[in-house]
Every structure is written in C-alpha cells, then in structure tokens.
Design a protein around this ligand. Structure first.
Ligand code: C2E
Ligand code: MG
Ligand code: MG
Length: 472
C-alpha cells in the first residue's frame, strides 16, 4: 500500500474510532490496544540508545503491511475491516511475544500499529540476525491462516520489511524509512513474504519516487499518447475493433512502453487519473473515427483496465460520464481486464463488473489462458470475449509443444462457443498462424501480422493482409 493510501486509511480509522486530536497523541492505538506510532517512536529511541551502549545485543525492526487490505473494506465494509485489523493485531502480538507496556524505557519486544494496515514489531536482545527472520516467517504463517469475520471466511497475506540494528541507525525515523523500503521490496517480489533491507532498496525507492514525480508531470503536460491496434474478424477480414494502448513520450528518455511505467502508476495510485485519461481519450477518438469513417468504421474500441481501477467503486459512474461526454453509445466500448487480475480480487471484481455490464459496456478477459482461473468462477463474471494469450501463438506453434498448444487453444475456442463467449487470438505474427486460427474457427485475431499499434489517423487507410475463406 502506498503512503497516500495508508494516510487515507488512518484518517478513516481515526474517524471510525472516534477521532484523536494530534496534540494529545495517545500511547495506545484505539482500535487494537497496541502501541501507537508515538509510543513506538519513543520506545525505539531507548532501544537504539541501549544497542549503541551494548553492541553485542542486537535488535531488529519488522515493518508489516497487509496485502490488498483495502479490498476487504471495499468488499465487506469498514466494520469488517476493523474486525480483521483487531484479529491481525492479536496474532502479531502473540507471535512476536510483544509486551503492551507503553513506558518508553520498557525492555523486550514491542508491537505497534502505525495506522491503516501497517504494523511494526521490534525484537530486542537478538544474538543473531536470523532470529528475526524466523519471527518474520512465523508472522507470515500466523497471519495467512483463515479469519472469520461476521460469519464469513476471509484470507489475507502480509508483506514484511526487516531492518537490523547493525545498520548503525541513529534515529527511529531512518529505521522506519528503510523498513518501509524493504516492505515495498517484499511486495514487488510478489507479496506474502519478507525482505531484508539492503542499500540497493533505497536506490530503487529513489528511482520509483523520481519516476512517480515525472509521471505526475507527464499527465499534466500531455506526454501520454494512445496508439490503436486493429482487431480483425476472421470471417470477413474487416477491422471490427481497435485496442487502445498507452505510450509515454518522455522528453528525454523517448518513448516508454507501458510495461515500464504502469506498475509504478498502479503502486502510486496514479493509475486512476491515467486510466480515466485513457478511457476519455479513447472514447473521444473513437467518436471521431465513427464520424470520419461512417459505416466502414470498426464496431468498438477496447480499453485496458488495471486491477486498481476495478477496486474503485466510482468506476461505473466515471465510465458513464466519459461515454456521455464523448457522445458515444456504450456498445462501442469494450473493457479488458487480465485473467490473473480478475481472479485475485474476485468479490470486488464481480460487483464492479456487474455494474459496468449493466451500462451496456462489453467485457473481455485479457491474456486468457495464463491466469489459472477455475472455469467455474470465471462463469460468475458477465464476460463477452476471451483474448487468447499470445503465448499460444508465437513461435511455440512450431515447437515441440506445438501440437499440444494448438489442442488447448482449440479446446478454449470450443468452450467459449458453448458459453456464448467470443474469442480474439492475440499475438498473430504469421500467415500460418492466421490460417490455423481460421481452421479452428476462432472469431477474431490481433497481432503484428494484421497491424501494429498505430496512431488514430493511420487506421482509416490501414489494409489487412487477410485471405478470407469463402463460405462452403
Ligand atoms: P495487452 O493488453 O495484452 O496488449 C497487447 C500487447 O501486445 C501490446 O503491448 C501490443 O503492442 C503487443 N502485441 C500486439 N501484437 C503483438 C504481436 O503480434 N507480437 C508481440 N510480440 N506483441 C504484440 P504494449 O502496448 O506494450 O502493452 C503491454 C500491456 O500493457 C498491455 O497488454 C496491457 O496489459 C498494458 N496496457 C497498455 N495500455 C494500457 C492502458 O491504457 N491501461 C492499462 N491498464 N494497461 C495498459
Ligand atoms: Mg489488452
Ligand atoms: Mg493481452
């Protein structure tokens, strides 16, 4: 979770638990009874001083952040979120054998809640650093066990950043800063794990902060652009749709692909303004294309959504406003969400997607076949299109696994037809792949062979190299 997010959460928390005036900083966290941030900082001051006086006895700080906690609040409500935080606090306390004594000079392990879903554990009197790692492992295991909240089973994981006293820390805030960087590294490495701080992490933090700042400016100074890739009907050879793909035209670094900046946009929350900009621009561009090309225009423009956007309860209303502003009917807009992101946030995704679907917008599952979704759960979503991941194409069709891949692709196309879902094959690069897809009766295809992503203006004159098979 980013800082702005956790700040908002702690504000919410303050509100829910009656609010606390800053001047009377309490020693305990009202929700969990753990040490407050202020009490923790005071105790850490003494811990640091004692360790400096007795270099043989080390300590470690564990910075713990729940993974995707906001979704619990969103899916089950804030009361459930509070209950979960109390149970988490219970497990953290028990696992770390922390005392709740608020006296700053108290010795021994301490556990605090900083606000939101951020917790800190201080382990004292360690003879070896590995002892702290063992506690981190135990914490991860304890927190991953099921929770029962209002009769519902909830699971959540945590990411932990670990900092050791041998870093020569002189004050508590440097310790917290580095533990936060290590926690962030644990999240980027895939969540549900711990990472131990090293110097490269603060470099990466700086790079991330720089990129974030530049990206913020990029939105304001219109350095972002959209290109469009044709989606072609395999029956008629016509361009039936276009997919909007974002690019960052950086004044110094040149063209930056989405894979390099979208992860930072997602982590920082900038994906919200960027995603809205993309949807808005794509809808206005498409309305223009409809006016320009008339009957020859594609039927839809497809816009990619990130998981973070799906978690925004205001998304359906935002999309409705964007369509209205662009003067575009909802049937002209498709939204793509990758299979893996759909599956991680099942409950949230379902609510939001049902609401979007009710507007008349079509939904595609992107990179389909890579997300290990259970078909039963996929069926719960109002899906119109599967976009068969390009790993099914590529050179692999010729490789040793080629025949098996073709068989799986074929099975997916048949399955889709049976549940009334259409299929777009992604990443078609050769005439051979195209012919194969036609023989498998795939509905649509997209890929460099049929057209690279291009500026809007190039679409009207784009020619698709597709031999249409005559109907028998
Ligand atoms: P995606 O949605 O699966 O988009 C298809 C990607 O595959 C695009 O990469 C496209 O240029 C590339 N591609 C298309 N045909 C071929 C082909 O024949 N061969 C190969 N090797 N690649 C092909 P791009 O534009 O770099 O985008 C990468 C990913 O970034 C997208 O994957 C999408 O998940 C994400 N993305 C792009 N624009 C946006 C956006 O506006 N919002 C969000 N949330 N995500 C976006
Ligand atoms: Mg896509
Ligand atoms: Mg894709």
């Amino acid at each position: 979770m980013t800082h702005s997010e956790s700040q908002i959460l702690s504000l919410l928390d303050g509100e829910l638990s009656g609010g606390v005036a800053p001047e009377e900083a309490p020693a305990r966290d009202r929700l969990t009874g753990m040490l407050s941030r202020e009490a923790l900082l005071a105790r850490l001051g003494h811990t640091i001083a004692r360790a400096a006086a007795q270099p043989r006895s080390g300590f470690a700080l564990l910075f713990l952040d729940l993974d995707r906690f906001k979704l619990v609040n969103h899916a089950y409500g804030h009361e459930a979120g509070d209950q979960l935080l109390r149970q988490v606090a219970e497990r953290v306390r028990a696992t770390s054998r922390a005392t709740d004594a608020v006296l700053p000079t108290t010795r021994g392990n301490a556990a605090a809640r900083l606000g939101g879903d951020e917790f800190v554990v201080v382990l004292e009197g360690l003879s070896r650093p590995e002892e702290a790692h063992a506690v981190a492992e135990r914490l991860l295991a304890a927190l991953a066990a099921d929770y029962w909240i209002q009769g519902t089973r909830v699971t959540i994981s945590a990411s932990i950043g670990v900092v050791h006293s041998d870093g020569g820390y002189g004050n508590a805030s440097d310790l917290l800063r580095d533990a936060d960087a290590a926690m962030y590294a644990a999240k980027s490495a895939g969540r549900g794990r711990y990472a131990v701080f090293d110097a490269s992490m603060s470099q990466r933090t700086r790079l991330r902060v720089d990129t974030e700042r530049e990206l913020r400016a990029a939105i304001d100074t219109e350095q972002l652009t959209l290109v469009y890739q044709p989606i072609v009907s395999l029956q008629t050879g016509a361009v039936v749709g276009i997919e909007a793909l974002v690019r960052w035209q950086h004044p110094v670094k040149g063209l930056i692909p989405p894979a390099e900046f979208l992860p930072i946009a997602v982590e920082s929350g900038l994906i919200k303004p960027i995603g809205e900009w993309v949807a808005h621009k794509a809808c206005r561009d498409f309305a223009r294309l409809l006016r320009q090309m008339g009957a020859a225009a594609p039927e839809f423009v497809s816009v990619n959504l990130s998981r973070r956007q799906l978690g925004d309860p205001a998304l359906p209303a935002t999309l409705a406003a964007i369509l209205h502003d662009a003067g575009l009917e909802p049937r002209h807009l498709h939204l793509e969400i990758t299979e893996s992101e759909l599956m991680t946030d099942f409950a949230v995704a379902k609510q939001t997607l049902d609401a979007i679907k009710a507007l008349g917008i079509a939904l595609s599952v992107d990179d389909f076949g890579t997300g290990y979704s259970s078909l039963a759960s996929l069926h719960e979503f109002p899906i119109d299109i599967f976009k068969l991941d390009r790993s099914f194409m590529a050179s692999s069709m010729r490789s040793a696994q080629g025949p098996a891949l073709v068989a799986v692709a074929h099975a997916m196309i048949l399955l889709a037809r049976n549940i009334n879902v259409r299929v777009i094959a992604e990443g078609v690069e050769t005439a051979e792949q195209l012919a194969l897809l036609q023989s498998l009766q795939c509905d649509m295809a997209q890929g460099y062979f049929l057209g690279r992503p291009m500026p809007l203006e190039a679409l009207a004159t784009h020619r698709v190299p597709l031999q249409v098979q005559s109907e028998p």
